[in-house]
Design a protein. Structure first.
Length: 251
């Protein structure tokens, strides 16, 4: 797997401006957000009470999520709204830095404090460059590992397995991730896009049950799998659970 990224600060800004601007991309984005909210609602039902977090070192009554790869922070506002402090990580530090900047700008625009304010403790916007198969975090530190639009770039089964094991080690509860399940119609569409120069990305689709089996072998329970558009698109979301480790008392 690659251990570096060639994204520059300018390149990140250009990517942010182009991505999810087309009509079809906006449809995909809206559907994706809706399904992710369903997954997060299921995960939140099993997360430890916010009240249980108060008094723990470094915790302020909120859950902690790792967003990897975070990109420019497309999902950060939604995670924050649902009660998560977010650690933004990406192979590209410039991407992670942009995610943190966007989170700070949004917080400031809504009247909240940012880390640069001197009038209070501020809001936490950590960002770092990290490889998914070797995370620089203690075991079990995250209530949620959030990994969207990543695994279809992981082609080798052994790399996929190593990343899932790392996610299992770093999480104390849940993983929300996406992967591409083999779909003939979508495969033809991808080949046409590459033929006409619309995309240079070579994505990896896996057979039915392949990703789920790898997740189970890494120690996860597969809670839910949802297709983006059943029968039409290879994209699937999956919710994984790491054992029975939570106090399920109501909030």
């Amino acid at each position: 797997m690659s251990s570096s990224s060639k994204f520059t600060r300018t390149g990140v800004r250009d990517y942010e401006k182009r991505r999810y601007r087309g009509f079809d991309q906006r449809i995909v984005h809206a559907r994706e957000m809706r399904l992710i909210r369903k997954m997060l609602a299921l995960a939140e039902a099993g997360c430890a009470s916010r009240a249980d977090r108060v008094g723990q070192p470094g915790r302020r009554g909120r859950w902690l999520a790792l967003d990897l790869p975070c990109g420019y922070g497309r999902f950060t506002p939604m995670l924050q709204e649902r009660g998560f402090d977010v650690v933004s990580a990406d192979l590209s530090f410039e991407m992670a830095r942009r995610a943190a900047e966007n989170a700070a700008e949004l917080t400031k625009a809504s009247g909240g404090r940012t880390p640069r304010d001197k009038s209070g403790p501020g809001t936490w916007f950590p960002a770092l460059a990290a490889n998914a198969d070797c995370l620089p975090f203690q075991a079990g530190v995250f209530d949620l590992v959030f990994s969207i639009r990543f695994f279809h770039h992981v082609h080798a089964p052994e790399d996929r397995a190593a990343i899932l094991r790392e996610f299992h080690r770093a999480s104390s509860g849940y993983v929300v991730a996406s992967f591409y399940r083999a779909n003939g119609l979508h495969a033809v569409q991808r080949r046409l896009r590459r033929f006409f120069g619309k995309s240079r990305t070579n994505i990896k689709m896996v057979g039915a049950g392949v990703f789920e089996k790898a997740a189970e072998e890494a120690g996860f329970e597969v809670v839910r799998v949802l297709p983006l558009f059943r029968g039409l698109h290879a994209y699937h979301l999956v919710l994984l659970k790491r054992g029975q480790v939570f106090d399920l008392s109501p909030l």
